[in-house]
Every structure is written in structure tokens, then in C-alpha cells.
Design a binder for this molecule. Structure first.
Ligand code: ATP
Ligand code: MG
Length: 428
């Protein structure tokens, strides 16, 4: 075995998995594009304080998960742990908040976490951000967009929308005080992590996974009682819009999300098919961030989906996105090979929807057929001395019981047209 291994928590996506990834990415591009969102690509590295300020100094991400370093000029930089801060930074820097209101991004994120199933140190997110609309129709659009994507992927039956509102910064402040006062009375029953958070980030205690802590949380004052009227009305309208769209959700009053920048709407899409790493997508409103970054105060909302977890979910449903070749081209000798390569090249030009794999490096016909079978190709296309002499080609089905046939140029083109139509039907 090689002395080099991938860095712990950083994962190679191997060729047999990339078709599933590409399917995930393509469906996302289609669905998001159909809602009028444009892609934005920002650097993987930003100044550390950009993340510290927006995500929050006392969040898990900033406290212990960032890959931070000083560059050769002693500037404090970090690999991005998420995409929203960079997106907002770029939108403000380039004065785009007004003109391009809807954007999305996709790419790797970095967090120093304990690696486990569905949790990596380099992972991938696809995020969608919308700027400029303060009203709940924006929140609803984002959620309907998610539903479109889930439907396209065939996972809409296995994901659940969990929804909450965390109100305004002021109402949250009041709630934090009441919650902290309550939790202090039960401090000895809280898990260690939550005891620490009591002083720094008490809201996070609400979604603690510790059973003992959840017992305490069950008796805590409800956030809903502290909500400001505007947040309450916003939430009611959102629920109504979702109801009208037939998008059902579970109200989860303990959902707070791990990032400080949210206000009003927060949501997660969860599944019971992935064990502890159950959230495949999370988001909400962050009306304060643009102003905080020096832009004109502009409301905003968005979400980020974890692509590794979506891939795992597709795998658990045995979704097959393998793109097998349509044709595997076999030739009997070097004469036939040069003819076969020319033909394969022509077919790729004239039938761009077909995947044509040429057997290279020579071998007996028998072992070429074995390779053809292993490749998963639907048809073998055979060039031998007879075919060369007659100006024909033999096509042999590898997956069905049809007869093999010898085709002249015209018949071959008809055959390829049919095959190409079939291939595009399957892709649909
Ligand atoms: P979690 O509670 O699972 O740590 P989070 O609240 O930290 O999630 P977000 O920052 O909201 O997650 O990121 C959005 C999505 O990105 C998550 O719902 C998840 O699907 C995915 N994600 C986050 N961290 C990781 C990771 N370390 N490895 C793989 N996917 C991740
Ligand atoms: Mg996390």
C-alpha cells in the first residue's frame, strides 16, 4: 500500500460514485436555474474575522472547527467553513445586492470535526441565498425550491421539513435571559457541553442531543412566549403560504441552528435514514448580515444542503446513476482497429448523446468481449476482416437476447439514431 493516505476526514469521491454526485449537481442546477437564481463562486479562503463576526465568536464552528492559519504576510486567514459569509462579503464588495438578488453556490467547506458517517472535515455544500425581500413569500420560495429538488431526486418521501422562528435579536435577548435563569436552576442535570454553553450560547442547549439535557429542556420556558409581534406575523404568514402549497412541516420549537446570524425563520430538512447525522439541509433568514458587513441594511434568507448526506440518502434508496457505455468498440486486428477508431470518432461527432468506449491495447476477441461485458455497455460493435471487406459492422447486444446483426452504413446510422433516442429517454 502507498505510504500516502488522504488527510483524516477528507474523502476521495471515486469514479463509481461521481455519477451520483453529477446527478445531484445537475438536478440542483436545473431546479435552481428554473427559479431565476445565478451562480456565484467565491474564494475558498477569507479573512478569519469575516467568519468570526458573522457566524459568531461563541459558536462551535468559530470556537473549535475552523482551519485557521497565518499566511506569509501574517494575515489571519481561514478555509471557509460555510458559504453564506463569503457570499454576502462578495455581494457587498461588488455592490450587487440591488441588481442580482438571487444567487447560489456549490463547493467544498472545511470544519475540524470528529469524522464519522455523514461528518467530514472537507465536505460539500450547495447553498442558495436571496437578498432584498423581507416578506415570508421569500422564505416560502426557498422551501418550495427545496421540495422541487427533492422531488427531482426522488427523496421527497423520506425528508421532513422542521420549522421554527427565533424572532428578532431583541426578543431573542429577552428569551435568552429567561432560559438561562431556568437552566441555572437545573445546571447539575445538564451535560458537560451544555453547562459550558450556559454562559456562552444558551440557545444551543435547546437542541442538545443529550437525553438528560433534553429532560431539562422539556420544562424550559417556550421561546414562542417571547416573540415580537412582527416575527409572529411573519411566521404565521409563512405557515399559511406553505399550507396553501401543500408543503407540510413539523413545528420544532427547539430548532435554533448553530450559527448566530439567523433571525425569524429557521428550518432543517431531516431524514430518519441516516442515523445521527440526520439533517441534509438547513437555513433561515439573516436580515442583519448585509448591514453588519457594511452594506445598506438588506434583508436576506437562504439555506445550505450537505451533499455527502444527500448522496448517502440516494445510496440508501439504491438510486443508480451509473452511466454505462452504450457501445463498446472491438476490433480483430490492427487494420480493423484504425478503421474502428475512425468510426468511433465519427459516431461521437454525429451522435453526441452516445457513450462510445473504444477497446485499446489489443487482445483476443474473446477477452475484448469480456471487457465489453464488464464495462456494462449495452452493445458491442465489432470490426473484423469480414466487416472491413464488406464495409459493414457487426453489432451484438450484451444485455438482451436480440440477434447480432451485420449493418451497412445506412442501417448503422438508423441503429445509432434509435440507440441515442433510447439513451436520452433513460436520462430523462
Ligand atoms: P450539524 O448539526 O450536523 O453539525 P450544522 O448545523 O453544523 O450541522 P450547517 O452549518 O447548517 O450544519 O450546514 C448545512 C448542512 O451541511 C448540514 O445540514 C449538513 O447536511 C451539512 N454539513 C455540515 N457539517 C458537515 C460535515 N462536517 N460533514 C458533512 N456535512 C456537513
Ligand atoms: Mg456542525
Amino acid at each position: 500500500m502507498s505510504q500516502y493516505r488522504a488527510v483524516r476526514g477528507m474523502v476521495d469521491v471515486l469514479p463509481d460514485e461521481t455519477p451520483l454526485w453529477q446527478m445531484l449537481e445537475q438536478t440542483a442546477r436545473d431546479v435552481i436555474g428554473a427559479h431565476g437564481y445565478s451562480e456565484i463562486r467565491t474564494p475558498l479562503v477569507e479573512r478569519t474575522d469575516l467568519f468570526a463576526r458573522s457566524i459568531g465568536e461563541v459558536t462551535d464552528i468559530v470556537e473549535k472547527e475552523m482551519y485557521s492559519f497565518a499566511d506569509r504576510n501574517d494575515e489571519g486567514l481561514s478555509l471557509r467553513p460555510e458559504g453564506t459569509a463569503s457570499t454576502v462579503r462578495a455581494m457587498v464588495q461588488h455592490n450587487l445586492i440591488q441588481s442580482a438578488q438571487r444567487v447560489w453556490y456549490m463547493g467544498p467547506m472545511f470544519r475540524y470535526e470528529r469524522p464519522q458517517k455523514g461528518r467530514q472535515r472537507q465536505f460539500h455544500q450547495l447553498g442558495v441565498e436571496a437578498f432584498g425581500v423581507p416578506t415570508p413569500d421569500q422564505d416560502a420560495e426557498l422551501l418550495l425550491l427545496c421540495r422541487q429538488w427533492w422531488r427531482r431526486l426522488g427523496i421527497d418521501d423520506v425528508v421532513t421539513l422542521e420549522l421554527n422562528t427565533i424572532g428578532s435579536a431583541e426578543s431573542r435577548h429577552a428569551y435568552k435571559q429567561a432560559l438561562t435563569a431556568y437552566l441555572r436552576q437545573h445546571v447539575e442535570s445538564l451535560d458537560e457541553d451544555s453547562q459550558r454553553r450556559l454562559a456562552t450560547n444558551p440557545l444551543r442547549i435547546l437542541d442538545s442531543k443529550s437525553a438528560a439535557t433534553q429532560n431539562v429542556v422539556a420544562g424550559a420556558p417556550a421561546m414562542a412566549r417571547f416573540l415580537d409581534d412582527e416575527s409572529k406575523a411573519h411566521h404565521d404568514q409563512l405557515c399559511e403560504l406553505l399550507g396553501q402549497a401543500g408543503l407540510s412541516f413539523v413545528a420544532n420549537p427547539n430548532l435554533v441552528r448553530g450559527l448566530d446570524y439567523y433571525n425569524k425563520t429557521v428550518f432543517e430538512w431531516t431524514t430518519d435514514r441516516l442515523g445521527a447525522q440526520a439533517t441534509v439541509c438547513g437555513g433561515g433568514r439573516y436580515d442583519g448580515m448585509v448591514g453588519q458587513f457594511g452594506g445598506k441594511a438588506t434583508p436576506a434568507a437562504g439555506f445550505a444542503a450537505g451533499l455527502e448526506r444527500l448522496v448517502m440518502l440516494l445510496q440508501s434508496l439504491e438510486v443508480d446513476a451509473l452511466d454505462h457505455p452504450d457501445l463498446y468498440v472491438i476490433s480483430a486486428d490492427s487494420n480493423a482497429l484504425s478503421q474502428a477508431m475512425l468510426e468511433a470518432d465519427r459516431i461521437r461527432t454525429e451522435f453526441p448523446g452516445l457513450r462510445v468506449v473504444q477497446h485499446l491495447g489489443g487482445a483476443s476477441l474473446k477477452s475484448q468481449f469480456k471487457r465489453a461485458d464488464k464495462s456494462g455497455a449495452s452493445w458491442a460493435m465489432v470490426y473484423g476482416p469480414d466487416e472491413l471487406a464488406q464495409g459493414t459492422v457487426t453489432v451484438k447486444p450484451l444485455r438482451t437476447n436480440e440477434e447480432q446483426t451485420s449493418l451497412d452504413r445506412g442501417a448503422l446510422n438508423d441503429f445509432l439514431h434509435r440507440l441515442e433516442r433510447l439513451a436520452s429517454d433513460i436520462e430523462e
